[in-house]
Design a protein around this ligand. Structure first.
Ligand SMILES: [Fe+2]
Ligand SMILES: [Fe+2]
Length: 186
């Protein structure tokens, strides 16, 4: 029986997808003019930067993808490169959201359109990215990576968790907070 090396990443995907749902929902409300809770967008950016990117994508890029390359998967012109490119595309939308949010807070309310566009593009990108990882890349990793590489991968994930203690609880609580206020919103 091989040690599992993708379940924790798939669980993180589930939390990221919940935040993406909130992001799309609140962007649509903002565009209809009945949502101006800017703190939500600031918190969503914090979640994306620190949980989805720094925490989750770092586990992929520094641990799992690195192991796949060590095991012989090419780093270029390969699924690994495609996933790296999508992580970068996500970062570009995050920068776009951040700039638009700062402009809105400085009074440029017409930037709500830009904020919503980047939020929607990010949501679409990440949803299909996660789908590819869950259904193609992770199953492939589970098939090809030998057992002797797996303890180090699990240790790499554990180290990422140790460097950022409470990150999982903190961001799960944040998602739950906004899900609860969504269900009570008119
Ligand atoms: Fe990824
Ligand atoms: Fe991922």
């Amino acid at each position: 029986m091989k040690t599992d090396i993708t379940r924790v990443l798939m669980e993180e995907h589930q939390l990221i997808l919940r935040m993406i749902d909130l992001l799309e929902h609140n962007s649509a409300r903002m565009e209809r003019g009945n949502f101006s809770e800017w703190k939500f967008f600031a918190d969503a950016l914090d979640f994306i930067r620190n949980f989805a990117d720094r925490h989750h994508h770092a586990k992929e890029e520094d641990v799992l993808f690195r192991a796949l390359v060590e095991n012989g998967m090419p780093a270029q012109r390969s699924p690994i490169e495609a996933m790296h490119i999508e992580h970068e595309q996500g970062r570009a939308h995050v920068r776009g959201m951040d700039i638009a949010l700062q402009q809105i807070r400085a009074g440029e309310t017409e930037q709500t359109q830009t904020l919503a566009q980047h939020a929607r593009a990010y949501a679409e990108l990440l949803r299909q990215h996660i789908e590819k990882e869950d259904t193609i890349l992770y199953p492939l990793a589970e098939r090809v990576l030998p057992q002797n590489m797996r303890p180090e991968i699990v240790e790499g994930y554990a180290q990422a968790d140790t460097h950022a203690p409470k990150v999982a609880q903190t961001y799960r609580a944040l998602v739950e907070h906004y899900e609860a206020s969504r269900s009570t919103a008119a």
